[in-house]
Design a protein around this ligand. Structure first.
Ligand SMILES: *Cc1c(COP(=O)(O)O)cnc(C)c1O
Length: 425
């Protein structure tokens, strides 16, 4: 394979037109859509309309007339189509961290009602830190045990009659490892436990089927593969068999059955709407809707199944190209993501014991944007490359690998300043 072959793959790619939905600085190879998705070209005009018409002119009337009040449900119904959830089962609200607090608390209530012996939350030590911190806080507040499994380990074997909740992120943020949601949910249910899934690195990147795969609760992120913009609100889903009976710990007026009765006592809304706490951020929701629409635009072209096939082809190509560089670049880089397609999300990571940070800075200086994640204790640092199939081309994967080879071969990472760590890595 050569660069022309990569160009030919792009020319034959039925998803290629979707890239035109985004604004991308010229010359940039953007492989960080797993941290912050691209800006949909429709977003600036939509935001201008919301600010100049709906807000400045419509003012308070826009809660009804522009449909602001139902925006968390409207955008939620669109996201539901991407994750195998039904209409009316998913809402947009708050951040992923806050929603995790809500659903984990609700799940722990259900588990406690099922039996007093269910006192353990099971997760993984290399889960995303916010997920661990939320679980630590709830475990401490309730006197429960948080059991963190080391990787790689047989997760299902850790579940037993003491397990209350299995809380996992479907695709690992650091190495891109993809869990088998169906198998793990089945194992959790066989042990009498509930599941909480964080879809931060899977919603919008690969087919997710919450109903088919037996999830009980799920949360996900708006600003990664959903392209909702910096700090976009997150989403929360609860299986309908639980939604009408669970208690939401952050009970607020907009999750009340009748908010405009202004009643002094809380009565939860009938279903998922109770997971809305306070007033939704309308500007952010408007931007998120543009981002979600950019993913839904793939539906007539095969939807997430087609995006997944392209994502796997992209990540395979990039990993192979980087590994092919090895003789010229020394022994340095080690593939840190699973090689098997079925075990890999939409990102490829390489670890390096020493120079991961300056290598990424040198790549960024060449216009190839990935990011850097410090290694877990005792592990090498990680160079992360996210491949968002909506807008990443095969030639981008080819060129990014070539740039990485040049950075190493020419030792560009030694340039002064490239080892200066910034607040966001
Ligand atoms: C990105 C990410 C989050 C982000 O949480 P915020 O509350 O939006 O900061 C949470 N969990 C995982 C697994 C993530 O990858």
């Amino acid at each position: 394979m050569n660069r022309d072959d990569a160009l030919a793959l792009d020319a034959a790619d039925p998803l290629a037109p979707l890239r035109a939905q985004f604004t991308l600085p010229p010359g940039l190879i953007y492989l960080d859509g797993n941290s912050l998705g691209l800006c949909p070209a429709a977003a600036p005009a939509r935001l201008r309309q919301v600010v100049e018409q709906e807000w400045a002119q419509g003012l308070i009337a826009s809660w009804n007339q522009a449909g602001w009040i139902s925006l968390p449900q409207r955008v939620g119904d669109k996201i539901a189509r991407l994750v195998g959830a039904g209409a009316g089962e998913l809402v947009v609200a708050d951040s992923t961290s806050v929603n995790l607090f809500k659903v984990l608390s609700a799940a722990l209530d259900l588990a406690a009602a099922a039996g007093p012996q269910r006192r353990v939350i099971v997760s993984e030590r290399d889960n995303f830190p916010t997920d661990l911190y939320i679980a630590q806080a709830l475990a401490a507040a309730r006197g429960l045990e948080l059991r963190l499994l080391e990787q790689p380990g047989p997760l299902a074997a850790a579940l037993d009659a003491r397990t209350a909740v299995l809380m996992l992120t479907q695709v690992n943020y650091r190495n891109g490892r993809l869990h088998d949601m169906a198998a793990l949910s089945a194992a959790a249910h066989a042990a009498g436990a509930l599941t909480v899934w964080d879809l931060a690195h899977s919603a919008g990147a690969l087919p997710v089927d919450l109903h088919r795969d037996g999830a009980d609760f799920a949360v996900g992120c708006g600003y990664k593969y959903l392209n909702g913009g910096p700090g976009a609100p997150a989403f929360v889903w609860v299986h309908p068999r639980h939604a009408a009976q669970v208690r939401q710990p952050l009970a607020g007026w907009l999750g009340h059955a009748a908010p405009f009765d202004f009643a002094p006592d809380y009565v939860p809304a009938p279903g998922i709407a109770r997971f809305v706490s306070g007033t939704p951020p309308i500007l952010s929701l408007a931007a998120l809707e543009c981002g979600v629409d950019s993913v839904l635009a793939a539906e007539p072209l095969g939807g997430l199944a087609a995006l997944r096939a392209k994502s796997l082809a992209l990540t395979r190509l990039f990993a192979q190209r980087v590994e092919a560089l090895a003789p010229a670049t020394g022994p340095a880089l080690t593939l840190a993501s699973p090689r098997a397609d079925a075990e890999r999300g939409s990102q490829v990571c390489f670890s390096h014991p020493e120079i991961g940070y300056p290598v990424m800075q040198a790549l960024i200086a060449r216009g190839v944007v990935g990011d850097f994640r410090a290694g877990a204790a005792g592990e090498a640092d990680i160079l992360r490359f996210g491949f968002t199939p909506l807008y990443t081309r095969f030639v981008d994967a080819w060129d990014a690998a070539a740039h990485l080879g040049q950075v190493l071969a020419l030792e560009e990472w030694r340039r002064p300043g490239f080892d200066q760590r910034r607040a966001v890595t």
